[in-house]
Design a protein around this ligand. Structure first.
Ligand code: BMA
Length: 325
């Protein structure tokens, strides 16, 4: 049976399934509703990690001037969050505070004892990945802008493989990007990146036929790296974003072992189908408990809310393998 390779998290947010679903939504979704912070109208597409016995996160917060920035949030139970009143400040190497144009879709990945924050940053109006770090969620530092514009959906692997860092990304355009595949790049030092290869192409299945982008940090399992990602389709009424799953080879993450032809979750509930952008499920982080195999996925709903979905390692791997194309 498949197992998670990682730490135990006995206080992982959790709810039992009703039957033998491969994935299920939290009953009390959405866990973050509209106007959760002063001057912030919506929080969505955000990343949560275990921190000091509780949980910490970096949140995409759309402020009341319509521009997204990053806010810090903490929680005892991973469900109820309190947020900082002000945006996160990233200190630059020169000593000052980094001047944001905009920032969205953060991911947070712990590698060794450092929490790396990767987000889509605006530079001269163009979307480009930015990488920052913190050890205490109090002081954040800007590390680098790993790639040239235009790029989004940067997701770091949670450990080095063969002495190298690996970063997933999605080269894109300056707009809503009607195309896109997931690329994999490697680096010895998180500054210089190379050996860029296309890991996964958008699929022939319609739900992921337009574009795909990495979602949560890959989860190490006995079967390989489990990656939750998003896939988008184009309809006459706009894009629809669903969640997909893939398993990459543990030693060589350039090898796709199983890719699920079915979506894992597609917009169905009101908080996924009705909002600022209807029909969006956008996973950005996942918590895991190695002891029980439980997985809790944080995802953005309709560019308006944050929701939680649950699965277990054996159920999700079985499903991905069963519907692997
Ligand atoms: C993508 C990103 C996401 C967003 C999605 C749906 O291009 O901008 O932040 O959730 O579109 O609007």
């Amino acid at each position: 049976m498949a197992k998670i390779i990682g730490e135990n998290l006995p206080n992982i947010p959790w709810q039992e399934p009703k039957g033998n679903e491969h994935i299920w939504r939290y009953n009390n979704n959405p866990i973050i509703s509209r106007n959760p912070i002063e001057n912030v109208t919506r929080v969505f597409n955000s990343a949560v990690v275990p921190f000091k016995g509780g949980f910490a996160g970096v949140f995409r917060a759309e402020t009341n001037n319509g521009i997204p920035y990053l806010y810090f949030g903490k929680s005892e139970d991973g469900v109820h969050f309190t947020f900082s009143k002000e945006r996160i400040v990233f200190h630059t190497k020169e000593g000052g505070a980094y001047k944001f144009e905009y920032a969205y879709d953060p991911r947070v990945v712990k590698v060794d004892d450092v929490y790396y924050v990767i987000w889509c940053d605006g530079q001269h109006g163009l979307p480009v990945l930015a990488l920052g770090k913190t050890t205490d969620f109090e002081r954040f530092e800007l590390v680098s802008h790993p790639f040239l514009p235009f790029n989004r959906n940067g997701v770091l692997f949670p450990r080095k493989i063969d002495g190298k860092y690996y970063l997933l990304s999605r080269p894109s355009d300056n707009g809503h990007t009607p195309f896109g595949d997931i690329y994999l790049s490697e680096s010895p030092d998180l500054v210089y990146w190379g050996n860029h290869t296309r890991l996964m192409q958008r699929g022939y299945e319609w739900w992921q036929g337009l574009k795909i982008g990495a979602g949560c940090a890959p989860i190490e399992t006995t079967e390989g790296w489990l990656l939750f990602y998003h896939g988008a389709t184009q309809t006459c009424n706009g894009f629809v974003y669903s969640m997909g799953g893939v398993i990459l080879d543990k030693e060589d993450p350039r090898k796709v072992k199983y890719r699920c032809g079915n979506f894992l979750l597609t917009p169905e509930t009101e908080y996924e189908t009705v909002g600022f952008v209807p029909n969006v499920i956008f996973p950005c982080s996942a918590l895991t408990d190695a002891a029980t195999g439980r997985i809790a996925i944080y995802y953005g709903g309709a560019d308006t809310y944050v929701g939680l979905a649950f699965t277990t390692i054996d159920r999700i791997i079985d499903y991905i393998v069963k519907y692997s194309r």
